[in-house]
Write a protein that binds this ligand. Structure first.
Ligand SMILES: Nc1ncnc2c1ncn2[C@@H]1O[C@H](COP(=O)(O)OP(=O)(O)O)[C@@H](O)[C@H]1O
Ligand SMILES: [Mg+2]
Ligand SMILES: [Zn+2]
Length: 460
């Protein structure tokens, strides 16, 4: 295992922190419960000597050699992990000096090499600790104005002046972490967020009583963190928290027409509505599963999400909003610019199905996947055949030492075809009915077969 610092430069560069740590594990040890905690605690003395705050599993990302992501979750034994990565060249994917250790025992490699990436921005936002200072290097830049951007200083409590504890440190941050050029450009924003509520019968609405300003100063990064087919995602830094904000960059997967401020607003509200419905359906699913005594994977949750409005009454919309000077008219000034706000997660996306399954659809294997497919089937029936979830994806987060699989970016097919982009209406419903194969979870839950629903569909 190598411990690597991933900087918050626009193109993160990695810097090895403590050299390679190694340890012998049993193939039946769990990555999440045994391997990761072991390395975090071996790392703690040298980390804690240089930093005010300890590392948690949420600050780090585990990868193969040279930052290659692996499949799925850490919630498995080393044996299971190797089994789902049989196509991975374990023996080759390690630094040259270690390659001689790469023997195998039967089908299994005797030596696994991982990197533990410390996500500098997540750590700093969680702890308010500036790693450039606690590692002994002050800011080279400080306040600056560049390209007209008003970049205020990060709200850091300066406890050590720089020096001091740094005498113990062998850590030497590469120049691009302390140079102002490597800092991402961010724009200060005033953002109000509103949570949604879901009534007992599953109706979703914004709860105006929760409306609050995000703590100041908050910044939206100028360059995006990522982009899907529909939305562009930007990081938002707020004191003590790291979020993402999302906006739509197209109206439908096929159309490339520009999205107006009003269209974006509408699409985001539809997405929030769907998130709320799914949250309600998921709670009902787990409740029903419990009543029926069915063994379900209970690690699924729906992402936290808020409807957020960037206040642009007195300042232009931020760079990331994509709102041009021409579009910054009286209406936009009054209404503000809408965003979908979510906590920022690190790590990869796991996809269980696309918008359409099609005849070549190969379901993902395993207990979690079987639970998800049964949930889609259940949700269709329980929503009185009004919502057929599709494009189901998750990201993993760790909370209190447990792994949770967070559903985000949902889509659905609905009989009216109007739940949002990707809704193929009755055609999408027919596709699912034809290609969904009931899992043992669907059967144990006693879910009605779907075939009879085909007759009700309106297909020309
Ligand atoms: N909360 C988040 N934290 C970190 N990355 C995210 C988050 N949400 C989305 N992403 C990344 O951004 C990509 C696009 O976001 P997504 O909501 O899936 O948009 P789209 O509707 O275009 O697919 C995702 O595939 C994922 O890689
Ligand atoms: Mg997506
Ligand atoms: Zn089924």
């Amino acid at each position: 295992m190598d411990v690597v610092l991933s900087g918050r430069a626009a193109k993160p560069k990695a810097q090895s922190l403590v050299g390679t740590l190694s340890f012998e594990f049993s193939m039946d040890d769990s990555l999440l419960d045994v391997v990761l905690p072991h390395f975090l605690s071996s790392l703690a003395p040298s980390w804690d000597a240089r930093h005010e705050n300890g590392l948690t599993t949420n600050d780090i990302r585990l990868t193969f050699f040279s930052n290659i992501s692996f499949k799925g979750s850490l919630n498995m034994t080393l044996r299971e992990f190797v089994q789902i990565h049989l196509d991975f060249p374990f023996a080759k994917a390690m630094p040259p000096v270690l390659k001689q250790s790469a023997r195998s025992i039967g089908p299994f490699p005797a030596f696994l090499y991982f990197e533990l990436h410390v996500q500098q921005d997540l750590f700093e936002n969680r702890t308010n600790e500036d790693m450039n200072i606690t590692s002994g290097k002050g800011h080279a830049g400080g306040k600056r104005k560049k390209n007209g951007h008003d970049e205020n200083e990060r709200p850091i409590k300066r406890i050590h002046g720089g020096g001091g504890i740094a005498m113990l440190s062998t850590f030497n941050p590469p120049a691009d972490y302390v140079s102002p050029v490597a800092q991402p450009l961010r724009t200060k924003v005033t953002l109000y967020r509103t949570a949604y509520t879901v009534s007992d019968d599953g109706e979703v609405s914004l709860d105006e009583s929760t409306r609050e300003a995000l703590q100041s100063p908050s910044f939206i990064h100028d360059s995006s963190l990522g982009q899907g087919v529909m939305k562009t995602v930007y990081q938002l830094d707020s004191p003590g928290h790291t979020y993402v904000v999302k906006r739509f960059h197209r109206m439908s997967p096929k159309e490339d027409k520009a999205v107006s401020v009003a269209d974006n607003n509408r699409l985001l509200l539809d997405e929030l509505k769907l998130l709320g419905c799914i949250k309600w359906l998921l709670a009902s699913f787990y409740e029903y599963g419990k009543q029926q005594g069915v063994d379900l994977d209970t690690s699924l949750i729906v992402t936290e999400a808020w409807y957020a409005i960037e206040d642009v009454a007195n300042t232009k919309p931020c760079h990331a909003s994509g709102v041009s000077d021409d579009d910054y008219d009286v209406d936009v000034r009054d209404s503000g610019v809408a965003w979908l706000l979510e906590p920022r997660r690190s790590g990869g996306v796991m996809k269980y199905c696309g918008t359409v399954l099609g005849s070549k659809f190969k379901p993902v294997q395993g207990r979690l996947a079987a639970t998800i497919y049964a949930f889609i089937h259940f949700a269709w029936l329980y929503s009185k055949k009004s919502i057929l979830l599709c494009d189901v994806q998750t990201m993993i987060i760790r909370q209190d030492g447990k792994e949770l699989n967070v559903i985000f970016d949902p889509m659905a097919h609905t009989p009216k075809g109007c739940s949002g982009p990707g809704d193929h209406g009755d055609k999408g419903i027919k596709d699912f009915i034809e290609h969904h194969k009931c899992t043992t979870k669907c059967e144990s839950l006693g879910l009605d077969a779907l075939e009879d629903d085909l007759e009700d569909l309106d297909l020309e």
